[in-house]
Design a protein around this ligand. Sequence first.
Ligand code: ASP
Length: 439
Amino acid sequence: MKQDKTDHMTSPQNGTEQVKKEKKKMGLSTKIFIALGAGALFGVLIHYAMPACYFRNTILINGILYVLGNGFINLMQMLVVPLVFCSLVCGSMAIGDTKTLGTVGVKTIVFYLCTTALAICLALGVASLISPGLGMNLKEVEQAAVEQTDKVNFADTLLNIIPKNIFSSLADGDMLPIIVFALFVGIMLAKLGSKASTVANFFGQFNDIMMEMTMSIMKVAPIGVFCMIAKTFSTVGFSAFQPMAKYMLCVILALALQCFGVYQILLFAFTRLNPIRFVRKFFPVMTFAFSTSTSNATIPLSIDTLHKKMGVSKQISAFTIPLGATINMDGTSIMQGVAVIFISQAYGIPLSAGALATVVATATIASIGTAGVPSVGLVTLTMVLGSVGLPTEGIALIMGIDRILDMLRTAVNITGDAVCTTIVASQQKCLKGEVFERD
Ligand code: ASP
């Protein structure tokens, strides 16, 4: 990210000094990555080496680590609504005609739904092969209380896309109605042209301010990431993992196949871009999603990285990334697919082919209704389990270790959005190949 700001004209000598300086300076991505590892180590040390006392529990874990970690997420989330709104207005205004917007919209939604369905099939396949729930002794696992959860109603989800009151949608951070309203405003601004230039300029300039704020806040990302990860590992520990090792293996394997297999094949097939370069450039965003478990908070960084490092026009990403963070949850669907097989085996309730097809359909719909915030995947899992008559109490089995899997699946969720965005941008001729190729 720093690189963009160093493209100034310099004398050869100054240039060499500049390069030396740049080499000495550690990049933000490296810092975030180091923070991730150090945070995990620190968390494990707190969990195993520090006796439980007031200082450890109240001051360190639920005080310093909690406040700094969540403070950072709040800072990122503070930007999401104004940034999404302004960049969508600007994006749709720049595209202008409704026909192109419609094409982009349809392509994106079809891609999102197909990859989600594919992800669930992959998860069901992997879980059926490994059979994580076979021989599971339910008594060995600590039974936790399952929270009462609301079911996702598909008709209401569809209807709620149209905002009755845009101010309450903005206040609640309801992404879909915000997207609809912002697209509308952008199209009207394009239609009115110079008559509404003041408002158009306002949104353009406000958008720039939001992007600058994103970059300023990202400077403290390593601290936020360190605290988030340290807090998670200090509370989870490893003992909860042992009885669930096979289940975790299935989820992680399916997530890896989706992220580094399916997505990269699709990327190459549709755009001929180098998938390794894509992963390398997008890795900091994945790390960020991993440590925050929040697709929503990743939106500003994702848009910025796709623009600066991959050459994707913001006209496209401003629309597809927030939409994806809301309706495209491939990683979450993978967890749900594996959980269905796991719970059916653990409880000894076999599933027919028809039931598996129902799982694919419901989990795809659940993905649309899953908000991009931590642990919501568990909530919508109740709907998937209910659709095939599996006991929702089964969720208690996987709750204890879900925090770690949530981190991984969030990284996959946002990678799916980015791959789709890159493909759509390339098809709409809104991708600068030379930026993507640049190191
Ligand atoms: N944490 C996930 C996300 O933000 C949602 C979930 O699976 O719980 O994408």
